[in-house]
Design a protein around this ligand. Structure first.
Ligand code: ATP
Length: 328
């Protein structure tokens, strides 16, 4: 019942992503606006099990909308995967008087929240916070827009060197299971080839494409490689392979790594986080539970967590086609 919720817990879980702070701020300020209490739970499910709580008011979240990372810290917690661990977490929440929680995280964090809701009937609401954009039920996850902008900026810089020295660069970006970062940033940065987990174009096609590129007079080449690409070779092996088969190329490798997770969130991520935080709290107060807040066609929508975690989002076929045409 809506009127029963007087105190909401909020936490971040799994890998951090830019926009998490903006979402925390939004949850806290919405609670303040609606005159209910808000409690920050530190270090995700680990902190929940240990009772690492702190009451947050509207002023506790000053000047964080622009910050990457998460002021509530994030953690992975093996104990929460067990029934006993979840029981401990439940006992801590009840002791603190928390009636519902908002979890900001990815698939795993949502899975945990769903089980928790099923076992204890505890109201939960999810906000998708992950740079991978791999969650069903939302066109954007918090941090994705910032991450692709970070990658584009980095590749633009690498391009300066690539074109000054007529070099080919393999740039590895995050994405073990999905290629959304690689595809979007690759198109945005004008990459010559994009290798993603969803597609195995084969090494022959890569060589063909690079040959064509050289013959057409291009002075530099950038190949974006998602971590989970299916060529069976990592970026360093790809470098060796191309050097062996196409000695005309002077090849370099750049692994962007964790810089893709950090940094100030873009305006898009800040606005989305602010909207999602309001929707999450209001939905809980309306008596809804076990949903994830998402965005589709610019409108906020709720998707049952059970559906959101069913599978990864599929790659955008239209964007793949655009990418093919652009590399002509
Ligand atoms: P990212 O997308 O960044 O990996 P995530 O939320 O998927 O974020 P995970 O490490 O998979 O990150 O999950 C975070 C935490 O959620 C885990 O450490 C664990 O405490 C909890 N969790 C994950 N899967 C389950 C599960 N099946 N049952 C219970 N709890 C889970």
């Amino acid at each position: 019942m809506a009127s029963e919720i007087k105190k909401i817990g909020v936490f971040t879980s799994g890998g951090d992503s830019p926009g998490m702070n903006a979402a925390i701020r939004s949850v806290v300020r919405t609670c303040a606006y609606l005159k209910i209490e808000c409690v920050g739970i530190y270090r995700g499910y680990q902190g929940m099990i240990e009772g690492d709580f702190k009451t947050l008011d509207a002023r506790s979240v000053n000047n964080i909308i622009n910050k990457g990372g998460t002021i509530l810290k994030s953690a992975r917690c093996e104990e929460f995967r067990t029934k006993q661990g979840r029981q401990k977490a439940y006992d801590q929440l009840i002791k603190e008087g928390i009636d519902a929680f908002v979890v900001i995280g990815g698939n795993g964090s949502f899975h945990g929240a769903m089980l928790f809701n099923q076992e204890f009937g505890f109201p939960v609401m999810g906000i998708p916070g992950t740079i991978d954009n791999d969650i069903l039920g939302t066109s954007y996850t918090l941090g994705f827009d910032t991450a692709i902008n970070t990658v584009v900026e980095a590749v633009d810089k690498i391009r300066d060197t690539a074109s000054s020295h007529n070099r080919l660069f393999f740039v590895e970006v995050m994405g073990r299971d999905v290629g959304h970062i690689a595809l979007n940033a690759g198109v945005g940065a004008g990459a010559e080839e994009i290798l993603i987990p969803e597609q195995n174009l084969g090494l022959e096609r890569l060589l063909e494409s690079l040959k064509r590129s050289k013959a057409s007079g291009k002075s530099s080449s950038i190949v974006i490689v998602a971590e989970g690409d299916r060529t069976g070779k990592n970026v360093f092996e790809l470098k060796e392979y191309v050097e062996q088969h196409l000695p005309i190329y002077d090849v370099r490798v750049s692994v962007l790594g964790h810089m893709q997770r950090g940094g100030n969130p873009t305006c898009y991520d800040r606005v989305l986080a602010s909207r999602m935080g309001v929707k999450a709290v209001e939905s809980l107060l309306e008596g809804k539970s076990n949903y994830m807040v998402g965005i589709r066609d610019t409108k906020l929508v709720l998707t049952p967590i059970a559906d959101a975690i069913k599978a990864h989002t599929e790659i955008d076929e239209e964007l793949l086609r655009v990418s093919d045409i652009m590399t002509t």
